[in-house]
Design a protein around this ligand. Sequence first.
Ligand code: AGP
Length: 613
Amino acid sequence: MCGIVGYIGERNATPIILNGLKRLEYRGYDSAGLAVMKNGQIEVRRDVGKLTRLASLVSEQPIEGNIGIGHTRWATHGEPSARNAHPHVGSTGRVVVVHNGIVENFLELREELSSEGVVFNSDTDTETIVHLVERYLSLGMGLEHSARKALTHLKGAHGIVIMSSEEPDKIIAARIGNAGGVVIGFGEGEMFIASDIPAILEHTRRVVFLDSFQMAVVTRNDVQIQTLNGEPVTFQVHTVPWDPVSAEKGEYRHFMQKEIHEQVRSLTDTLAGRVDFEEMSIRLPELNLSSELANRIKKIVITACGTAAHAGMVGRLYFERIARIPTTLEIASEFRYSDPIIDADTVVLAISQSGETADTLAAMEEGRKRGAVLWSIVNAVGSQAMRLADGFISMQTGPEIGVASTKAFTAPLVDLYMLAILLADLRGVLTENQRRRLVADLRLIPDLVGRCLDREADVLSVARALKEARNMLYLGRGINMPIAYEGALKLKEISYIHAEAYPAGEMKHGPIALIDRDMPVMALTPLDPWYEKMISQVEQVKARGGTLIVVATDGDQRVPALADYVFWIPQTPWLLSPVVTVIPLQLFAYHIASLRGLDVDQPRNLAKSVTVE
Ligand code: AGP
């Protein structure tokens, strides 16, 4: 969850680093700092709190130079404070380090280094790294070799950037395991380093991603990548499609609202190049899916966390209903320790917006260890979950900055639907007509979502009425049961209202005791195969004096007599209804949180990508 930015070139590093860190604020942090080198001198500015505090510190005590590194820290070892903020400087003041991840063996390293006379100035695990580099520099090893030697002592996952006035013309960057990415940006006579693409997008879109156990030596005009054993690595420079503007809020107050409204575009983009509306067929070339493999699959295990897991709950129904493949949805943090029964005829399909979620990556590795085929549906280009997999589907939504995921929830729903059709077609379980109809329905989606977004004012008026609620219950059945879970999570994570989701059929087994006027109930009741069941659920809540908000399909004659409020959605093919029913729930959560004056894009305690266990 920490952010890293580095620069080496002809320009002043200070503003480039500060602006880059600002683009990473969404990752969640509690302190920040930067180090800049000039004429062989390293100057450090760092403090607890937000980047505005660091910026005022820099304006009070300016620093400038053509090479520098910066960091936003989400505390893991040592409380948020100036002394624990990165960058960390060693004993000589000639080496400085910023770091993402956890040095799992930092206590023994601290003891070892202290026994050598090292005096520690912080409570962090990171400080052990800078003293290790100094140890080897003092033996005359040079910066590259010293960095490599230091890294071999570290246990755990890391993203690390090092610079030293011993060799002031280079920056060292390294990646070990899945502690968030390390990306190198290529400029003209300048280079950039970051933990995530948005930090450097305004300067370059030409990037290379470090793989695990790789180290880069970055100078103004050159990048050399090597393994931690010093073997040179050839690499390919990617050109990322995300332009700086798309990473800005535009006319919206929050990234989250912008991204909710971007879903017409992002759904169009996730379909782009994958649907032949002449042939009415699907193609997913990056999946490397052969007919042989499609027919060999005995089971699919979908694994993910949070919102991505809710998408997986819908995907499970798609793979069973459309492709007739036994499928389970396993929460990644559970799956990784569940001793799962999987083999070479099992597909483990990970879903992840960031592609860096530690639990999800660990679940993928669990699948790899047991011989499963690994697929992933990922948004962040070049992320670990994309590169670990045997095949992947890119969500293609562009950067999702708001911590609460929205467009990176609806895109994988459509990706899963397309994948289910492709699998069904290859396994011969769909007639030509069935396939053509399923594919044709995809064409409706962007417009249906747009029509829901046009009704935002209706949702806002209900949000005004209910913004003081202290609890809420979300009910759904069948294909929309996962949307109850997603709607509840959205409300929880940005408005801090306690919201609980239930399969509606479970109400009579206990939760109905909760119903009274102070427990508003959101009931997902679109025209789908579970409609009649949901109506009787709504009647039961009504009979007990509950306050009802019902998501209903245009033209419904029964809901208005039962509901206190209605979120109307257009007629939608029921298999794709989750893509549409979630829209009012996203808007509802957003407006309640916004009306409550909360930090919608960076909710308390949360980070955009949870790269630690
Ligand atoms: C969603 O709104 C949350 N921010 C969170 O549940 C998120 O979905 C989860 O951490 C998984 O993240 P990922 O998709 O990047 O793996």
